[in-house]
Ligand binder design. Structure first.
Ligand SMILES: CCC/C=C/C(=O)SCCNC(=O)CCNC(=O)[C@H](O)C(C)(C)COP(=O)([O-])OP(=O)([O-])OC[C@H]1O[C@@H](n2cnc3c(N)ncnc32)[C@H](O)[C@@H]1OP(=O)([O-])[O-]
Ligand SMILES: Cc1cc2nc3c(=O)[nH]c(=O)nc-3n(C[C@H](O)[C@H](O)[C@H](O)COP(=O)(O)OP(=O)(O)OC[C@H]3O[C@@H](n4cnc5c(N)ncnc54)[C@H](O)[C@@H]3O)c2cc1C
Length: 664
C-alpha cells in the first residue's frame, strides 16, 4: 500500500531524539543541512537515476557517467554551489567518475606539492575544469613500492625541459582513474635524473591530450585498462594505461615545493621532508577513513531495516513469525557493524582534525607531527576499509537470499567498495608502516623524549606491562577506564613482544620481514585502541538531545566489547585479563545488544539517507519490501517477452530432441 510505513512500530520503540542524532552523525547542524539539501536535490532529479546501471554494457555505462558528471557540473554552476555543497552533491550522485580523481587527487597534488607560482598557474584552470587531471603514479610492475617506479624524468639543460619516458613495459602507468578516456593532464610520478644521477621520485604536470580535439599528444599512448570486478560498479571509471616516448615538458612543470631543479640542472632541497612528495596519499587516506563510515552505514542501514521486516520461524497459533532481528545471532553479527559505523564516523572526524592540524604546522615549517599523521592515516585507512569491506559482505549475508539480488544494492556497494582495501596503499603494506612507527617508538622509550599524541600511552609502559584487569562483574566492563586500560595494555604488550623478538636479529630488516605477520597484529591492536579512545573522547563532549548520549554510550560499549570478545586471544595471551573476565565481557556485550534492539531502526534512520542514495529495495525507508521486489523482477529486460530470445534457436530444438528420444 502506498504511503504506509511498515517500520512504524519499530520507530515507535525509539528511546532517543533521532533528529538530534542526525546532527551528531553529520558532525554539525550546518553539515547536516547541507547534506540533507544536496541529497534531496540529487534524489529528485531524474538525470541522476541509477537503478538501471547494472544492466548497461560498458560503453553505455561510461557514456552515462559522462552525462551525469557533466550535468552535475552544470547544476553546480547554475546553482552557484559552494565547494562544500558541490562535493556533497557529487558524493550523492554516487557513481565513481573521472571527477573524483580531478577534485580528489589532481587538485590536492598541485595544492600540496606545487609552489605558489605553480598553484597560481594551474589551479584556476583546474577549478574551472578547463583542464581535467588525474593522479598517475602506479605502474604495471610497481604499485606498493613507490621508490621502485621506473618512469624517468631526465633534465635536458639544452632546452630547459624534462624528458618523460617509459623505458620498459612494466613502467607503463596502470590504474590511474580518469586517465583512460578523459584526462587532459596528469600529475605523473617519475624518477628524476640530473646529469646521469638519480634523485628519487617526484611529481610532474604533464599534458596528455589535446585541448582542441582530445587526441593524445605526440609520444603519448593512452587507453582504458579494461573491465573490473562486478557489473556496473567501478566500471563507470576509466582507469587507464599510459606510456611516454620521450615526451618533453618545460622545467617549471615539475612540482617544486619539496625540491627545486635550477636552470643549470642542479637540485635544491628545501627544508621540507622528502616524504611530502607522498602528501597527496596522506590527504586521500584521511578522506577514505571518513568514507568508510559512509559505506558501512549504508550496508548496515539496509541490513537493519530488512532484518526488522524479514520474518522466519517461531509462529505460534497462526501469528506472525519472528523478526530475524530478534535472533541473538543476527544481533551479534549486525550490531557490532552498526557500532563500527558510528565509531569510524567519530575517528574520521578526529582524523580530519589531525590532518588540518598537521597541514597548518607544515605551513609554519613544523614537521614534528608528520610521522604520527602518516601512521594514523595509513593505519586507520587500513583498519576501517578492511572492516567495511567485510561488513558489506556480512550485511549481504544478513539479508539472506534477497541480499544477493542487485536490487538489494549490496552487490554493487561491495564491488565499488572492495578496491579501497588496495588503492591508496595495500592494507597490509600500510599496517607495516604503522608497525615500523611502533617499533621506532618502543626503541626510543627511555631516551628522554616522551611519546605524544596517539602513542602517548607508551610513556606509561612499565605500568602497562604489569597491570592486571580489575573487572569482577559484567557491569564493570561499562567503565571506560577499564576498557581503555585493557586496549592500551594489549597494544603495548604486543608491540613490546615484537620489539623483543626483533632485537634478537642481527639484521633488523631481516627480523622485520620474518616477524611481519606478528607486527601487523600489533599494528592492528594499536589502531583499534585509537578508534576506541576516540569514541570515548567523543562521549566526553556535550551531546544534546534526549537519550542521544546514552545510545552512543551503548554503541561505544558494543564496539569495544565486541573487539575484546573477537580478539580475546590477544588479551588472554598478553595476560592482562583472565578467562573469567573475558567471559564477563561477553555477558555484558549480550546485555548491550538488548539495549540496542529497540533503537536499531532509529539508529540507522539517523544516517538520513534518501532511498535514492541507498539504492536498495531491502533498505527502503518504509520497509515495503515485497511488492517492490516483485515489481522490480518484472522490470528486468529478460521479462520484456514471455518467450525468451533464443527459444527457437536453442530451447525448441533441445525439447524436440528430448521428444524424439522419448518416442524411441
Ligand atoms: C579513489 C581511489 C583513487 C586511488 C588512488 C591511488 O591508489 S594512488 C596510488 C597510491 N599508492 C600507494 O598508496 C602506494 C603505497 N606505498 C607507499 O606509500 C610507499 O611506497 C611506502 C610508504 C610503502 C614506503 O615508502 P618508502 O619506500 O619511501 O619508505 P620507507 O618505508 O623506508 O619509509 C621511509 C620513511 O618515510 C616515512 N613515510 C613513508 N610514507 C610517508 C608519508 N606518506 N608521510 C610521511 N612519512 C612517510 C616512513 O615512516 C619512514 O620513516 P622513518 O622510519 O625513516 O622515520
Ligand atoms: C580501483 C583502483 C583505483 C586505483 N586508482 C589509482 C589512481 O588513480 N592512481 C594511481 O596511481 N594508482 C591507482 N591505483 C593503484 C593502487 O594504488 C595500487 O594497486 C595499490 O597501491 C597496490 O599496489 P599493487 O597493485 O602494486 O599491489 P602489490 O604490492 O603488488 O600487492 C600484491 C600483494 O603483495 C603484498 N605485498 C606487497 N608488498 C608487500 C610487503 N612489503 N610486505 C608484505 N606484503 C606485501 C600485498 O599485501 C598484496 O597482498 C588504483 C587501484 C585500484 C584497484
Amino acid at each position: 500500500m502506498e504511503g504506509v510505513d511498515y517500520l512504524a512500530d519499530e520507530r515507535k520503540k525509539t528511546e532517543f531524539d533521532v533528529e538530534e542524532m542526525k546532527i551528531v552523525w553529520a558532525g554539525s547542524r550546518h553539515t547536516f543541512e547541507v547534506s540533507d539539501r544536496m541529497a534531496k536535490l540529487v534524489a529528485n532529479d531524474p538525470v541522476f537515476r541509477k537503478d538501471d546501471r547494472v544492466m548497461l554494457a560498458r560503453k553505455d555505462l561510461f557514456k552515462n557517467t559522462l552525462r551525469k558528471a557533466t550535468y552535475a557540473w552544470k547544476r553546480i554552476n547554475e546553482l552557484r554551489l559552494s565547494e562544500e555543497e558541490a562535493s556533497k552533491l557529487r558524493s550523492f550522485v554516487d557513481e565513481p567518475a573521472f571527477t573524483d580523481l580531478h577534485w580528489g587527487m589532481f587538485v590536492p597534488a598541485i595544492k600540496g606539492q606545487g609552489t605558489d607560482e605553480q598553484q597560481k598557474k594551474w589551479l584556476p584552470l583546474a577549478y574551472k575544469m578547463q583542464i581535467i587531471g588525474c593522479y598517475a603514479q602506479t605502474e604495471l610492475g610497481h604499485g606498493s613500492n613507490v621508490q621502485g617506479l621506473e618512469t624517468t624524468a631526465t633534465f635536458d639543460p639544452q632546452t630547459d625541459e624534462f624528458v618523460i619516458h617509459s623505458p620498459t613495459l612494466t613502467s607503463s602507468k596502470w590504474w590511474p582513474g580518469g586517465l583512460g578516456k578523459v584526462s587532459t593532464h596528469g600529475v605523473v610520478y617519475a624518477r628524476l635524473i640530473l646529469d646521469g644521477q638519480e634523485h628519487g621520485i617526484h611529481g610532474f604536470i604533464v599534458q596528455l591530450r589535446s585541448l582542441e580535439d582530445h587526441r593524445p599528444l605526440p609520444g603519448i599512448t593512452v587507453a582504458d585498462i579494461g573491465m573490473k570486478f562486478g557489473s556496473g560498479a567501478y566500471n563507470t571509471m576509466d582507469n587507464g594505461l599510459l606510456r611516454f616516448d620521450h615526451v618533453r615538458i618545460p622545467r617549471d612543470q615539475m612540482l617544486m615545493r619539496v625540491s627545486q631543479v635550477t636552470r643549470d640542472g642542479k637540485i635544491v632541497q628545501s627544508d621540507v621532508p622528502r616524504q611530502l612528495v607522498y602528501g597527496t596519499m596522506v590527504y586521500v587516506r584521511q578522506t577514505i577513513v571518513q568514507d568508510a563510515s559512509i559505506a558501512l552505514s549504508r550496508a548496515v542501514c539496509i541490513a537493519t531495516r530488512y532484518s526488522a521486516v524479514r520474518r522466519q520461524f517461531g509462529s505460534s497459533n497462526g501469528g506472525p513469525e519472528t523478526q530475524v532481528i530478534d535472533y541473538k545471532t543476527q544481533q551479534s553479527r549486525l550490531f557490532p557493524l552498526l557500532a563500527s559505523a558510528y565509531a569510524f564516523r567519530f575517528v574520521g572526524e578526529w582524523l580530519k582534525w589531525l590532518y588540518t592540524d598537521v597541514t597548518q604546522r607544515l605551513q609554519a615549517n613544523d614537521f614534528s607531527t608528520l610521522p604520527e599523521a602518516h601512521a594514523c592515516t595509513a593505519g586507520l585507512k587500513s583498519l576501517t576499509t578492511s572492516v567495511t569491506a567485510d561488513g558489506i559482505e556480512e550485511s549481504r549475508k544478513l539479508c539472506g537470499g534477497h541480499g544477493y539480488l542487485a536490487s538489494s544494492g549490496l552487490p554493487e556497494l561491495f564491488a565499488v567498495y572492495v578496491p579501497a582495501c588496495t588503492y591508496e596503499g595495500d592494507n597490509t603494506v600500510l599496517m607495516l608502516q604503522v608497525a615500523r612507527f611502533l617499533m621506532k617508538t618502543v626503541s626510543q622509550l627511555g631516551s628522554g623524549k616522551p611519546p605524544v599524541g596517539t602513542i602517548s600511552y607508551m610513556g606509561r609502559i612499565e605500568q602497562l606491562m604489569q597491570c592486571r584487569c580489575a573487572v569482577k562483574k559484567a557491569g564493570d566492563w561499562l567503565n571506560p577506564n577499564a576498557v581503555l586500560e585493557a586496549f592500551e595494555a594489549r597494544a603495548a604488550r604486543m608491540s613490546v613482544s615484537c620489539a623483543q623478538k626483533l632485537s634478537k636479529f642481527s639484521n633488523p630488516e631481516e627480523g622485520f620481514a620474518e616477524l611481519s605477520a606478528d607486527l601487523v597484529e600489533a599494528a592492528v591492536a594499536h589502531c583499534q585502541l585509537i578508534v576506541v579512545s576516540k569514541f570515548f573522547e567523543k562521549l566526553q563532549q556535550d551531546i544534546p538531545g534526549k537519550g542521544v548520549k546514552r545510545q552512543l554510550e551503548v554503541l561505544c560499549g558494543v564496539y569495544s566489547l565486541h573487539l575484546l570478545h573477537k580478539h580475546q586471544g590477544d588479551f588472554l595471551a598478553t595476560s592482562y585479563i583472565t578467562p573469567k573476565q573475558a567471559s564477563l565481557a561477553n555477558d555484558q556485550l549480550r546485555e548491550l545488544y538488548s539495549q540496542v534492539r529497540p533503537n536499531a531502526i532509529a539508529l540507522v534512520d539517523a544516517f538520513n539517507y534518501t532511498d535514492h542514495y541507498l539504492g536498495s529495495i531491502l533498505g527502503c525507508y518504509d520497509g515495503n519490501v515485497y511488492p517492490k521486489l516483485y515489481e522490480a523482477a518484472w522490470r528486468d529486460p529478460l521479462n520484456d517477452s514471455v518467450i525468451p530470445d533464443g527459444y527457437e534457436q536453442y530451447i525448441r530444438p533441445l525439447l524436440k530432441q528430448q521428444l524424439r528420444v522419448a518416442k524411441l
